[in-house]
Design a binder for this molecule. Structure first.
Ligand code: HEM
Ligand code: HEM
Length: 179
């Protein structure tokens, strides 16, 4: 019986599940650090929690780059959702991916405009996304803060939907993504 259900509604492949949960972990850390780190001003130095925000951010950018390549080359498994539900989930997933690209890029542009290096794993310098002192990079920082809330709202909806599937509809949607 379980076998039949698994065959009708198979799980995401192992790499997709691994990348999903790595990104969840990095984003959770990134929100907490973003909220508790000191306010950033003109003469702020990128040390302490701000350095952590840049470091975790660089790891997130790398993980998302790999994830997007993987997603384009590996379709999600077919599901058993109704056409309407499948459409809603596709739109929400697309918006999540879009926010997961745009929010980090805006943060990176803001860091570059402050002349701060963004380093992957503390060694590999990522190229600056905006010239030091640029107004566009400064504005990117403001939009970064606002869009982080949009991403947060999408995540709340997404997690609520996952729990709704698990505990109300009692289907296999959550199991498809479990590690
Ligand atoms: C999804 C990933 C990210 C989330 C959820 C996030 C979240 C946040 C939050 C909540 C703040 C505080 C905003 C405020 O107080 O107005 C912030 C500020 C900031 N973040 Fe991120 N961040 C992310 C990725 C990144 C990345 C990848 C970088 C750079 C590599 C970055 C660089 C910055 C900078 C420089 C600031 C200060 C902006 C300013 O106040 O002008 N962030 N971030
Ligand atoms: C930072 C938080 C999260 C983000 C950014 C996120 C993002 C995503 C994205 C973009 C997808 C689409 C995957 C694809 O089709 O390629 C997805 C799928 C999924 N996520 Fe999350 N997720 C988060 C947290 C969670 C949590 C906490 C749960 C569980 C409670 C969860 C459960 C799922 C499930 C079950 C799927 C597969 C849905 C399906 O079968 O189509 N996610 N997630």
């Amino acid at each position: 019986m379980v076998d039949l259900q698994e065959r009708l509604d198979p799980a995401y492949d192992g790499v997709a599940r691994f990348l999903h949960w790595i990104v969840v972990f990095l984003i959770a850390a990134q929100f907490v650090i973003g909220w508790i780190m000191p306010d950033v001003h003109r003469d702020t130095k990128p040390v302490g929690l701000i350095a952590w925000h840049l470091g975790v951010g660089a790891a997130l950018i790398a993980a998302m780059a790999v994830r997007i390549v993987w997603r384009f080359t590996h379709r999600p498994p077919p599901g058993t959702l109704s056409p309407a539900m499948s459409m809603i989930s596709r739109i929400t997933h697309f918006l999540l991916y879009a926010a997961l690209v745009v929010v980090p890029l805006l943060g990176w542009a803001n860091a570059s405009s402050r002349g701060w290096a963004v380093r992957l794993l503390g060694v590999l310098n990522l190229p600056p996304l905006a010239p030091a002192g640029s107004t566009a990079g400064h504005t990117a920082g403001d939009i970064h803060g606002v869009l982080a809330w949009v991403l947060f709202a999408l995540i709340v909806m997404h997690v609520a939907a996952a729990l709704f599937h698990r505990f109300v509809l009692k289907d296999r949607v959550l199991q498809r993504m479990m590690p």
